[in-house]
Design a binder for this molecule. Structure first.
Ligand code: NAG
Ligand code: NAG
Ligand code: NAG
Ligand code: NAG
Ligand code: NAG
Ligand code: NAG
Ligand code: NAG
Ligand code: NAG
Length: 531
């Protein structure tokens, strides 16, 4: 009797496994905005970019279970604009493997007990595939797909579902995956895995879902295929940009920091993404596994240290205080101020002064990001990291999509809009971009504004033209010596120019050197615009 009851319960529970997360699709406007922002940052070094980030564990896997469908959200998240991911990997000492599931399965309990401490009897035990298991831990129930190992994540999700489907000039992006290494824990109680597996197969047979067929297993090169770096090199050969490659780029003087060429800088995005099509960087986050169990020393030419790509320390802040709405709306941020003369960012909440390089701001479940807060950090050059656990699936999807959609530093909401139909000069190209209070906006090229000019190619040195001109006359309007009509290429440059715009012309807009004269949707810099 008891056995049957338990199985009914498990069936009900694992039934949920078959419902994939329903991510809404991104609008074509957002896709163009993300793409044109990517194109404008190609000449920027990797460390100066904004990487909208998400902690896959706290935001998705913990509340929604450690299943394939939840982890496969990776691809949707990239299309929503996420470009940095935090993932916990659990070292299962008993099986010598890196798994996504936090629990050790197959533990022999002296006596199997239910969560109330009563003895339980399992009547079914058919062997089975051991694909899914339920764990009780700290008064919560978790469901795990036990075959979700690090190498499966790399092969199935990162490579097959994302890299290979976006490996072209329009869609390719480079992302960072930061790995937290933790020890798999013994659950308080785990029913026999084989039982779950059996019922799982029943439920998937009912669903008759095609997605249940697992891909062919990897042919691993050797028994001792344990190193994380071996897995990355084996599965993602040629797609990962590594510390070894960075060392070569630095030797060859093709690395930059915010002030110029630098032997401690990073390569331009263009060199990583388009010269060699490197799509992914790995870095270490929290490492809780001891050296005796797993020594990360052997991974250091493949996986960046947390000194190179930080997740904590002076370059990372936590969003913990509630800003007033007035602070959030103001164009100068409550968390930082930018020193234009030294190119440094003052983080006022921690009194740190740092150069802009891989800056990170994370939220917590107690103090979740709003879109306004996300924008406030981006203005200061901080990549926002979504880290809060939501109430339920709808809440989580809403939190993630809203904040990722709000993570652009360039175009304002619903931009770049196609102005073809609302043009007042119907036969002329009308798609130029102005910098307005809320961000970049598509506007008629014949409108007259002052133009943004850069002085001597300085990263943060801007002036405005004296005269108001059409877009076409902006090049000549930047007339001072060493002045060129320009567009900000990073979030910080954009903030510096916004400040100058506001101080000089108040609520008026200014021209920036971005247009889409040839095609309605491909916005790009057009330095020598010919009329
Ligand atoms: C996670 O799995 C447990 C156990 O199967 C189940 O009770 C719970 O409803 C699942 N959570 C979600 C969000 O599917
Ligand atoms: C990047 O910079 C180089 C050298 O300054 C220049 O030739 C090239 O046109 C720039 N590319 C883009 C996309 O801005
Ligand atoms: C153990 O089971 C008995 C009957 O099967 C039930 O009355 C009792 O509440 C259970 N104990 C706990 C702690 O749930
Ligand atoms: C167990 O859950 C409680 C309440 O949710 C929490 O405060 C505690 O930190 C958890 N303990 C562990 C070891 O996760
Ligand atoms: C479990 O994960 C594997 C990849 O490790 C995947 O192929 C399989 O479809 C997943 N099972 C379910 C039921 O989602
Ligand atoms: C950039 O690199 C140069 C040369 O390595 C160094 O002198 C300068 O301080 C660096 N600037 C910043 C902002 O880190
Ligand atoms: C993310 O959230 C977790 C749990 O709420 C917290 O322990 C952790 O410190 C947070 N991480 C960061 C980088 O803020
Ligand atoms: C723009 O005009 C074309 C042709 O008149 C029409 O087919 C299209 O639906 C219009 N688009 C919008 C967004 O109004």
């Amino acid at each position: 009797m008891k056995g049957q009851l338990l199985i009914a319960l498990f069936l009900a529970a694992v039934y949920q496994l078959t419902a994939a997360l329903q991510w809404p699709s991104t609008s074509s406007t957002d896709i163009y905005a993300i793409r044109s922002q990517r194109d404008l940052t190609l000449n920027v070094s990797m460390d100066q970019l904004i990487y909208p980030a998400i902690n896959l564990n706290t935001v998705l896997l913990e509340p929604l279970n450690y299943t394939y469908d939840v982890l496969a959200s990776f691809t949707d998240l990239v299309s929503w604009g996420a470009s940095r991911f935090f993932l916990d990997l659990y070292w299962n000492d008993k099986k010598s493997r890196w798994q996504v599931c936090p629990f050790i399965d197959g533990v022999q309990h002296e006596q199997e007990r239910d969560r109330n401490g009563n003895h339980t009897v399992f009547e079914l035990n058919h062997g089975g595939t051991e694909e899914a298991a339920i764990f009780y831990y700290n008064d919560s129930v978790y469901l795990c797909n036990l075959t979700l190992l690090f190498e499966e994540f790399l092969l199935d999700i990162v490579k097959e579902q994302w890299i290979l489907t976006t490996d072209d000039n329009l869609n390719a992006k480079t992302v960072i995956v930061t790995l937290n290494l933790r020890n798999a824990i013994e659950p308080d109680y785990a029913p026999n895995a084989a039982v779950i597996s059996e019922s799982f197969q029943i439920s998937s047979a009912i669903e008759n879902s095609a997605s249940m067929t697992s891909s062919a297993p990897l042919a691993y090169p050797s028994e001792s295929f344990l190193k994380l770096s071996e897995k990355i090199e084996f599965v993602l050969d040629g797609y990962a940009y590594t510390p070894g490659l960075l060392a070569i780029d630095r030797q060859q003087s093709s690395t930059w920091n915010s002030t110029g060429m630098s032997s401690t800088g990073w390569p331009l995005l263009d060199n990583v993404l388009f010269r060699n099509f490197y799509r992914i960087l790995f870095s270490f986050g929290e490492v809780e596994v001891s050296d005796e169990e797993y020594d990360i020393e052997g991974d250091k030419t493949t996986i960046f240290s947390s000194a190179e790509i930080p997740y904590t320390g002076e370059r990372a802040v936590k969003y913990s205080s509630a800003f007033s709405s007035a602070q959030l709306q103001s164009s100068t941020s409550p968390v930082c101020s930018i020193r234009r003369d030294t190119y440094l960012v003052d983080i006022t909440s921690t009194d740190n002064v740092v150069s802009p390089s891989f800056l990170l701001a994370s939220d917590t479940s107690e103090s979740r990001f709003s879109v306004d807060a996300v924008r406030q950090y981006i203005k200061c050059g901080f990549s926002p990291m979504l880290n809060a656990t939501g109430k339920d699936e709808d809440d989580i999807i809403d939190y993630v999509t809203k904040n990722l959609a709000g993570s652009k530093w360039s175009w304002s909401d619903d931009q770049p809009a196609d102005l073809l139909n609302i043009s007042d000069v119907s036969s002329a190209p009308t798609r130029c971009a102005r910098l307005a209070e809320k961000g970049w906006e598509v506007t008629n090229c014949y409108a007259k504004y002052r133009a943004a000019c850069r002085i001597s190619k300085g990263a943060y040195s801007f002036v405005l033209s004296r005269k108001e001109v059409t877009y076409y006359d902006s090049v000549s309007a930047c007339s001072g010596s060493n002045e060129v009509f320009t567009v900000p290429r990073t979030a910080l440059q954009n903030s510096v120019l916004q400040k100058l715009r506001q101080d000089t012309v108040g609520s008026e807009a200014i021209w920036i050197d971005v247009n889409s004269l040839a095609e309605p949707v491909r916005f790009e810099e057009y330095p020598h615009c010919a009329q």
